[in-house]
Design a protein around this ligand. Structure first.
Ligand code: ADP
Ligand code: ZN
Ligand code: ZN
Length: 740
């Protein structure tokens, strides 16, 4: 290793993506003066090499000079992250108490975390020639593929990238080549962000109603400065239209827009609407894309070659060359919270990012989270409301159906079956919601009471009758469905409870001449099958749609006029205080699928608790009243958002290790606790064993965010030094949304 003897050695302080709460010092490389903070560096690490990030340049290291190794290479000159983005990542590392190297690494797409190359082959773009613009596609009758492609170009009237064409139809290359030969289509240079056609919108924006206009004006007048807006609008109230008009305004100023959605299944629909409206380059990023596609989307935005990024949670950190606006749709959705590793809330980090970049942040939902409503009530967010459905659509009517003492067939009451029949008779669609996949959640022996349990989890095995399997929904282990009771060998095995497969079976018997689509994680495993189902449904080829919470997420079913929630009660009794909020959101979201077009929808909820205050408040007074009641309850109980929580989880191969580890941590924390932080536990987790590991948890709760943060900042480095900590797996979850 070369040592720098005479020159004062510069030290690079490097964050490396390893689960250690420390930085690493290296000797600067020869070209040190071209390095910027945030740059990726290749460094020797143990016996391997790693990619780390330059976070500081100092003159002295605590390590003696001959112990220091030298940085091998600076990968990015200039750095890919802006100073503001680096500041955001530092903040996130401090706030979530997660190692800086892992946090910075999370901002990069996977391809850039392990591979140095940012050289992106310039993507080919194609456009019409003057002749192609005027050509009559009817002349291509004999070449139907070319005809379709030409029409695609003519409908868009702007450049199409190779990746956009591939997404549209993977067999585009031959017909495009043939059209090029005919001089109807040509290769074109990639559009620059500043191109004048940037803000062209087509088809023309809708004429907005006054409430929509108010929302648009509020956010647009904040372009160029920080502000958080909470757009609460019932499903179909025109939120997306509002987004699009605000996006237009931002694009017209040459600004980039980041739009986050909770689910990849929602990106195609929104992407389609955006592509129809905007003539700019749109980048898309979600987990179904390849690493290279995601890298390209990231670089396109970072370099200012795309103006609009549509993505899921992890797209939040994409550097924006011309930051303009961040939109989070369905902001209440729990998928915005990462549940493993770096456990950040994309919603909360988006707000901090908006502040650091000095741009507005728009949060939208039909059922805003209690946190965001609380922030709006305290004027931290500006609340904007769209109380009515836009256009001609009429809001659905909600009904509770009391099923106490009623005869049930596989979870469906006679009254509900009658409603289904009536709806089908009118050639309209029915949507049934049941949040449990599989055939039934429990297999029990009628002879001896034996129950099929997972060997590795504290959970029952779920019956999957199509595959003739028992499967654990927590660890994924499966086994063959037994023919006889393994305990008494003679008793009859019985399926207890209800899953989507079981309801599907009954529906197929009762409505044998109707088409049923079951949408749950099992049925849509194949790639593209959800899109396929959605298309079939919207073409009217499906009569009954049956599914799990997948149905609650933003999909439009314009011809559905009856929605039934088969088992509301299962959501009413949970030990997690978030449950009531989640149930209310679910009910409203599922209801929102009904009657989106001109036909009024009806929503039926089967319940044995028709007087439950959550249900009656929600139905008689609406989500906002429910939210006020729920917030008042949280305030009384000193629960978030009236207090702040962090959950320390630990798991290990036996029951006592995680338990005693957390007890040591609790004692340490008690010594450090000068403020009013409550240290609750350790207790065993609600599911005490999962995938063979024993799980315990320790909850911290404080009335002041600062107090809690200060305690954690002192505590976490100490935990890192505990010997006991090496034998268990532990993690900290700040602002947990799920106490399991
Ligand atoms: P949301 O995102 O709130 O569910 P959308 O923006 O998707 O609502 O709008 C629902 C439907 O209403 C869409 O078909 C949309 O084209 C239509 N729409 C929205 N705003 C208007 C308006 N101002 N006038 C007429 N139709 C509208
Ligand atoms: Zn038995
Ligand atoms: Zn299991």
């Amino acid at each position: 290793m070369a040592k720098l003897h005479n020159a004062p050695a510069l030290i690079f302080r490097v964050a490396i993506p390893v689960p250690l709460y420390r930085l690493f010092d290296y000797l600067a490389p020869a070209d040190a003066d071209s390095a910027q903070l945030g740059a990726r560096l290749e460094v020797p690490f143990g016996k391997t090499r790693k990619i780390g990030f330059l976070v500081d340049i100092v003159e002295h290291s605590e390590l003696p000079g001959d112990k220091l190794k030298q940085v091998l290479r600076i990968l990015d000159i200039p750095a890919l992250l802006s100073a503001a983005d680096l500041q955001l990542l530092h903040w996130a590392s401090r706030y979530y108490h997660h190692p800086l190297g892992e946090v910075i690494s999370a901002a990069f797409p996977v391809a850039l975390r392990r591979n140095s190359s940012v050289a992106m082959p310039a993507e080919k773009h194609y456009g019409l020639t003057g002749m192609g613009l005027l050509a009559d596609s009817g002349q291509l009758k004999r070449a139907p593929k070319q005809k379709v492609v030409l029409e695609k170009f003519q409908a868009h009237q702007h450049l199409l990238s190779a990746s956009a064409l591939s997404q549209w139809d993977k067999n585009w290359r031959v017909p495009v080549q043939q059209l090029i030969a005919k001089q109807l289509v040509q290769l074109a240079a990639a559009p620059e962000l500043a191109s004048p056609s940037f803000a062209l919108t087509q088809p023309a924006a809708l004429h907005c109603n006054p409430k929509q206009q108010l929302a648009i004006d509020a956010v647009c007048s904040s372009l160029g400065q920080f502000g958080v807006f909470l757009l609460e609008g019932v499903t179909g109230s025109g939120k997306t239209e509002v987004y699009m008009q605000i996006i237009s305004a931002a694009l017209a100023r040459g600004l980039q827009v980041l739009v986050l959605v909770p689910e990849i299944t929602l990106t195609p629909q929104l992407e389609e609407r955006f592509r129809r409206r905007f003539t700019v380059n749109i980048a898309v990023s979600h987990s179904k894309l390849t690493d290279n596609q995601r890298r390209d989307a990231w670089l396109h935005i970072q370099q200012g070659r795309s103006a609009l990024l549509l993505g899921t949670r992890s797209a939040l950190f994409t550097p924006l060359k011309h930051p303009g606006l961040i939109i989070l749709d369905e902001e209440h959705d729990a998928s915005f919270k990462q549940q493993e590793g770096f456990r950040f809330s994309a919603r909360d980090v988006a707000v901090v990012r908006g502040k650091l970049l000095n741009i507005p942040v728009l949060l939208g939902s039909a059922t805003p989270s209690l946190e965001s409503l609380h922030n709006a009530a305290h004027q931290r967010y500006q609340w904007l409301e769209l109380p009515e459905r836009a256009g001609a659509a009429i809001a659905p009517a909600l009904h509770l159906l009391d099923i106490r003492n009623k005869k049930m067939q596989e979870g469906l009451s006679a009254a509900l079956l009658e409603e289904i029949q009536k709806t089908l008779d009118k050639q309209e669609q029915v949507l049934l919601f049941l949040n449990r996949r599989g055939f039934a959640p429990t297999l029990i022996c009628h002879g001896c009471g034996w129950v099929a349990r997972c060997l590795h989890c504290d959970a029952n095995l779920v019956i999957h009758s199509h595959e003739r399997l028992l499967r654990c929904h927590h660890c994924g282990k499966e086994q063959r469905l037994p023919d006889h009771c393994p305990a008494c060998k003679t008793g009859v095995l019985t399926a207890l409870g209800l899953g989507t497969e079981r309801v599907e079976q009954l529906l197929a018997q009762l409505f044998s001449n109707k088409t049923i689509a079951r949408l749950d994680r099992d049925s849509i495993q194949r790639k593209g099958s959800l899109e396929n189902y959605l298309e079939q449904i919207n073409l009217g080829h499906v009569d009954i749609i049956l599914g799990t919470q997948m149905l609650a997420k933003g999909h439009h079913f314009p011809n559905v006029t009856l929605v039934a929630i088969l088992d509301v009660d299962s959501g009413l009794f949970s030990i997690d205080f978030h449950a009531a909020e989640k149930l209310a959101q679910l009910i409203v979201q599922v209801s929102g699928r009904a009657g989106r077009a001109e036909k009024q929808g009806k929503v039926i909820m089967q319940t044995r608790k028709p007087d439950h205050p959550l249900l009656t408040t929600l139905i008689n007074e609406g989500y906002n009243s429910f939210a006020k009641t729920a917030l008042a309850e949280r305030q009384l109980a000193h629960l978030p958002p009236y207090s702040y929580q962090a959950l320390l989880r630990a798991q290990g191969a036996d029951d006592s290790l995680p338990q005693s580890f957390l007890q040591t941590v609790a004692d340490l924390a008690q010594d450090l606790n000068t403020g009013d932080t409550q240290i609750l536990g350790p207790v065993s987790a609600p599911m005490a064993r999962r995938a063979g590991l024993y799980r315990h948890q320790l909850l911290f709760q404080s009335g002041k965010r600062q107090t809690l943060q200060r305690l954690l900042a002192e505590l976490i480095p100490k935990i890192g030094q505990l010997q006991q900590g090496k034998k268990v797996r532990w993690s900290l979850d700040v602002d947990p949304v799920d106490l399991y």
